[in-house]
Ligand binder design. Structure first.
Ligand code: AMP
Length: 193
């Protein structure tokens, strides 16, 4: 893997564990010689993950829409900052550049970006692994809800299990290497619809 995209909060959250998890991800990517791709901001966990990768000697590519560059206080110390026109262009470029996707704790922006790439993989648009760092149990409620989706047959068990959940960056990165996409189509009951 050459580059991994990290989605995370533009806030830091209330627990120190979240910040530590972001540092762990940034540092672990750098130590493995994997470039970090992220939203290019210098705020919240976004700034933390980028700084941790840079301090550990890693390469960091930020992708930020022009309109957000001042609002999210673009990080001008990155290896490369790509300023794009729109949010759609940002997400497309981040997805194209990256070989896998990680979500750290974050808000609705983080969820939107992460769910988009996961749904693309469910549809077979790409075969890149997606994983959550469940720092301090932040995603426990989300994981329960995904299991509820599966139980009520809106999400295939094969697609549910594509999503890797780990406590640490190194555990997740090790599991990414063994990822094989499921060979099933998305629809559970297409004949019935
Ligand atoms: P948040 O998790 O809400 O703090 O947002 C984290 C990142 O997601 C920030 O870089 C936001 O600019 C970005 N973001 C927020 N809303 C969206 C959206 N609708 N589509 C794509 N990215 C978004």
């Amino acid at each position: 893997m050459r580059r991994i995209c990290v989605f995370c909060g533009s806030n830091s959250g209330m627990k120190s564990e979240y910040r530590r998890a972001a540092e762990d991800v940034g540092r672990s990517l750098a130590e493995r010689g994997i470039e970090l791709v992220y939203g290019g901001g210098n705020v919240g966990l976004m700034g933390v993950v980028a700084d941790a990768a840079l301090v550990a000697g890693g390469r960091v590519i930020g992708v930020i829409p022009q309109a957000l560059a001042s609002k999210e206080v673009a990080h001008w110390g990155l290896t490369e900052l790509r300023v794009v026109e729109s949010m759609h262009e940002r997400k497309a470029l981040m997805a194209e550049l990256s070989d896998a996707f990680i979500a750290l704790p974050g808000g609705i922006g983080t969820m939107e970006e992460f769910f988009e790439v996961w749904t693309w993989s469910q549809l077979g648009y790409h075969a890149k692994p997606c994983g959550l760092i469940n720092s301090a149990g932040y995603f426990d409620g989300l994981i329960s809800f995904l299991d509820h989706m599966t139980a009520d047959q809106f999400l295939r068990a094969e697609h549910r299990s594509m999503l890797m959940v780990a406590q640490t960056a190194s555990e997740l990165l090790d599991r990414f290497v063994t990822f094989r996409p499921p060979q099933v189509e998305k629809w559970i009951d297409r004949d019935a619809t």
